[in-house]
Write a protein that binds this ligand. Sequence first.
Ligand SMILES: [Fe+2]
Length: 386
Amino acid sequence: MLSFDFLQRPRFISGPGVINQLGALAKELSATRVLIVSDLGVVAAGLYKKGLDSLEAVGLTCLGFHDLHENPSTDDIEAGVKVAKDFQPDLLVGLGGGSSMDCAKGINFVYSCGGRMQDYWGKGKATSDMLPMIAVPTTAGTGSESQSYALISDSQTHVKMACGDPRAACRVALLDPELTVTQPTRVTALTGIDAMTHALETFVTKDRNAVSLAYSRAAWQYLSHSFSKVLEDPYDLDARSRMQIGACMAGMAIEASMLGAAHALANPLTAHFGIAHGQAVGVMMPAVLRANGRDTHIAELYRTLLVDLGIHVPCDKAGDTLADWFVKHLHMAGLVDRISLLNITETNFDSIKSTLGKAAAAQWTASFNPVIYDASKMERLYESVS
Ligand SMILES: [Fe+2]
């Protein structure tokens, strides 16, 4: 736990209205031509224009790339690289949710280093320096702004590839809570639940260390105390800011210690049934809390997180109690806690659960869970919330 190698890369700037600093920050990075990656929802919400206005106000030439989808694919990256080759940017801005930021990172890999996205699957595969990038998150969820990884789906196999390299890390992350107040309630729910699972999973991974534990714990405190507030009042700017900082810190924790079994179980649900990531990881998190909580050391860590909620229970009740708290917040967010309540028919699920179990056990994130679960145990975890 006391041995680690952690380079904190992005400069973080947080506060209402900091989007207006985007142009000046781009100039600091010697930018002249800026490619802004934002999905169409971000454009429709008027947030893309805020970034564009700030960049154009300081005389920068800008182009938007909007042809990307939720869970960006290798096809999206290819389309973006084509645009970049024509435009020749010297700075990338990922302005939007995790999809926009990950897509910008993916474009950066292929544009800067050549080849195709699949060449960068894994860690440290970049072959040259990459363009500087600024991240401007408009949700409080993935923490992509603080990670050197991009999650890109292979268009052929639908496998989610984690592609990371220290050179892909953003130079600056602008955390402006005003950008998050207009998002639909369901997006607040899905991204907030995802961010909380990041705090919960990183806090106990096998690779947890002094840095990750500090970020996970702080993220948990920010997120767990603010989530219900942003659901009740979307315009509570203080709570929005706390969610954004919490999600960002959870992203730092992922960078330092990776994720766990809930993400390993969630990814096959998304790949096979198109379940939104926040819902998929939300439905599986309680099962993992209950299972991991049978390990005494992990239960002790869970007990620490419960103390942050003002809940005091004996160690042997910690996993179940934390799972119950999480389920309550799933319901509060309008999300479900059973696979049978998702758009999957019983027959479909029964016929595929063995395949899902194998896929979950084979996920990279499964190898970081504090307890290693094989394919049959993963299948039982699916069954426990079916
Ligand atoms: Fe996640």
